[in-house]
Write a protein that binds this ligand. Structure first.
Ligand SMILES: [Zn+2]
Length: 301
């Protein structure tokens, strides 16, 4: 395997490791700095949308900026990403690199700017179709490449554009929405748990008031709560409830237990306390949704 593919796979592993803590949202500065691979610095994103790191023949990533010049760039209803060439010259080095990735089925990372200089990572992304006349490509997320091992040849991976489209539709959009939701919610709460005020983003989730699958469970900020891992799990398990007046309620049987400091300070003492709400009134949890969810908590008590 070429050194370029080896580094590319190391980049995917790095992105995956970071994602465990940041839910796939990266600061632009962090990506520009990249990571170390055997003493060599590998940048993951640069000033241009199609990014070919030093010593590479093909791009490692393609990026869509929030207010970028390429209005074409987006993921459509079919889950396919349409991505514009750089400029209007198909033989520009960046565009040639992109076509080379298409020809060799080399996977890339797609960064989509979700807010000011913060990017959602979607990977591995594969170029499915090339349209030199329209100066763009179609790409989609391909799960087969996620399991790629360093000694594997990419040309041995079965290639099925139809399956890819189906997968792309569900997975890419879902991933984008989930991370964007988390990012939006914990930002509104100033990166704190609404219940205990814990200020460690790596321990925070964007919790849904009404679950995802439900009709009212839309991924909007008013259906979200920034909660630490413990309080998120406790909310989902109906160990704690939140009434529409923004008060925390701990289930009766939990209040009766006797145990260590986590139970005492982390749950029991919070009974009757008030939520810490976002500064912007428009970002506060929707009372109707809280009420619906609170009824479920009461029936579980
Ligand atoms: Zn908490």
């Amino acid at each position: 395997m070429s050194i370029e593919l080896e580094i590319r796979l190391a980049a995917f592993a790095w992105i995956r490791d970071q994602t465990a803590w940041n839910a796939g949202i990266f600061a632009g500065t962090e990506l520009a700095q990249g990571f170390d691979y055997q003493g060599r610095r590998v940048t993951l994103k640069g000033p241009s949308g199609i990014w070919i790191p030093q010593g590479f023949a093909m791009p490692i990533s393609i990026t869509t900026a929030l207010n970028g010049p390429y209005r074409l760039d987006d993921i459509g209803e079919d889950g396919l990403l349409t991505y514009a060439y750089r400029g209007t010259d198909p033989s520009h080095r960046d565009n040639r690199g992109l076509r080379e990735a298409y020809r060799t089925r080399t996977p890339l990372i797609y960064f989509k700017e979700t807010r000011n200089h913060h990017f959602q990572a979607i990977w591995p992304v594969i170029v499915l179709e090339d349209f030199p006349a329209s100066l763009c490509i179609h790409a989609a997320m391909d799960p087969a490449y996620a399991a790629l091992r360093p000694n594997e040849d990419t040309s041995t991976i079965p290639y099925s554009p139809l399956d890819l489209r189906r997968y792309a539709w569900t997975q890419t959009r879902q991933r984008l929405h989930q991370s964007a939701f988390r990012d939006m919610v914990i930002t509104a709460y100033d990166q704190r748990c609404a219940i205990c005020r814990l200020n460690h983003p790596e321990l925070l989730d964007g919790a849904h008031i009404i679950p995802d699958a439900d009709n009212l469970g839309t991924p909007i900020i008013q259906n979200g709560l920034s909660l630490c891992k413990i309080h998120h799990a406790a909310y989902d398990q109906d160990i704690l409830g939140i009434s529409p007046d923004y008060r925390v309620h701990i289930r009766g049987d939990i209040l009766q237990e006797r145990d260590g400091p986590m139970l005492l300070h982390g749950l029991q003492e919070l009974d009757g306390s008030c939520l810490s709400l976002p500064n912007r009134p428009a970002d506060r949890p929707d009372k109707e949704r809280l009420d619906a969810r609170y009824s479920k908590f009461l029936s579980a008590s």
